[in-house]
Design a protein around this ligand. Structure first.
Ligand code: NAD
Length: 370
């Protein structure tokens, strides 16, 4: 297995390989950047086919966390960890405690949290070995499930996107929501409350039927959502949903949803621009949950979190203005703003509270382009 030449290794500050045979732990912690503060990112447990796949995943995800935190105006860097193994078979309290020991050895340069294959409750065990954990259950002083806050950020992002593209509010518009899980369900409630009509889908038919009753939503089959008659498409299920197969079907005016990595390839961002479909970059619009768990690190303050989440809308306005001014896809414009912010950060804040004075609700990223 190659490490330094692996795609996505570029710019990583530190990658740590962990092996503890006593408890069957094999894990990788990747710290992409601590330029703006300690690297925060979830711990994923997954039965990777091989070590190279695990390495590729953790490097790609940790880099993405740097961009997401920077776009949200947080004083945090990007990191991620992966545990190689099947969470249904191999996840034990001993293994989780051993992972906590590995996190603790980094002295606060990396802060961990739940992710795919791990739960908020698992982190009660990790917490026994390290205090560098966020996203804890409320009973342990954490803020619990971050999904409703992610949905709130997506809602603010949809409002901003619709205002930019269509010059109006949501009342009477139709939004197609793909995926009715933790994020999608909360989002439907907010959209229905704002007077939007909903078209929904989920591979879980029970959820779809419940949504049709609860939100008076029209239900379509999973594959029919891309061609739905709707003004806005909100992907809240999985990544790469904007691709060569789905793009020709789309007649939306806006794509703005909670899923990670929505564009299958960068060139799809250009194609969306050519089709005059406004795309809200995923790492900007879905940062609400990160903002919430990050607040545990500084001491949770609801008013401040709400204001930071609402500022996602203002940040998107700046991204759209820059994209229009320069004729670039919105994803590229957002990346440019993030790179600017990273270029102006402090070199290493390990051991600090990771807050470089970026306390204002208005994202510094937004101010740069104002
Ligand atoms: P979830 O697992 O609770 O919900 C996903 C839903 O999508 C499920 O109901 C599932 O049945 C459905 N689904 C899966 N494949 C589908 C398909 N082909 N068509 C229609 N529906 C399908 O997940 P979640 O926590 O709601 O997260 C949704 C997305 O948002 C994910 O991409 C996640 O990475 C991203 N995200 C979540 C958060 C958060 O706070 N939960 C934060 C940032 C990003």
């Amino acid at each position: 297995m190659t490490v330094f030449s692996t795609e996505s290794f570029a710019d990583h500050e530190q990658v740590v390989f962990i092996s503890d045979d006593r408890v069957g732990l094999r894990a990788i912690i990747a710290i992409h950047s601590t330029r703006l503060g300690p690297a925060l990112g979830g711990c994923r447990m997954y039965p990777y086919a091989d070590e190279a796949s695990a390495l590729r995943d953790v490097l790609r995800l940790s880099r993405g966390m740097t961009f997401k935190a920077a776009a949200a105006g947080l004083g945090l860097g990007g990191g991620k960890s992966v545990i190689i193994g099947d969470p249904r078979k191999s996840k034990t309290p001993e293994l989780l405690r051993a992972m906590g020991v590995a996190v603790n050895r980094l002295g606060g340069r990396y802060i961990t949290a739940e992710d795919v294959g791990t739960t908020v409750d698992d982190f009660a065990w990790v917490r026994q070995s390290t205090r560098h954990v966020v996203g804890l259950p409320e009973a342990l002083g954490g803020t619990g499930d971050p999904s409703p806050t992610t949905a709130l950020g997506v809602y603010h992002g949809i409002v901003a996107s619709v205002a930019h593209r269509l010059g109006r509010d949501l009342r009477g518009l139709t939004v197609a929501v793909q995926g009715l899980g933790n994020v999608g369900w909360s989002l439907c409630g907010l959209l229905a409350g704002a007077g939007a009509h909903l078209v929904v889908t989920d591979v879980d038919g029970t959820l779809a039927r419940r949504a049709s009753v609860e939100f008076d939503a029209r239900v379509v089959e999973p594959d029919a959502i891309y061609a739905a008659q709707a003004d806005v498409f909100a992907p809240c299920a999985m990544g790469a949903v904007v691709n060569d197969r789905t793009l020709p079907q789309m007649k939306f005016r806006v794509i703005a949803g909670g899923a990670n990595n929505q564009l299958a390839r960068d060139e799809h961002g250009r194609q969306l621009r050519d089709m005059e479909i406004l795309y809200a970059p995923d790492f900007v619009i879905n940062a609400g949950g990160l903002i919430r768990v990050a607040s545990e690190h500084e001491g949770f303050n609801r008013a401040k979190v709400d204001a930071q989440v609402e500022a996602i809308g203002a940040t998107l306005h700046r991204v759209f203005e820059l994209a229009d001014r320069t004729g670039t896809p919105t994803q590229a414009a957002a990346m440019r703003l993030v790179q600017e912010r990273l270029g102006g950060g402090h070199a290493d804040t390990a051991g600090s509270n990771g807050n470089n004075g970026n306390n204002s609700a208005r994202s510094p990223l937004a101010e740069r382009v104002a």
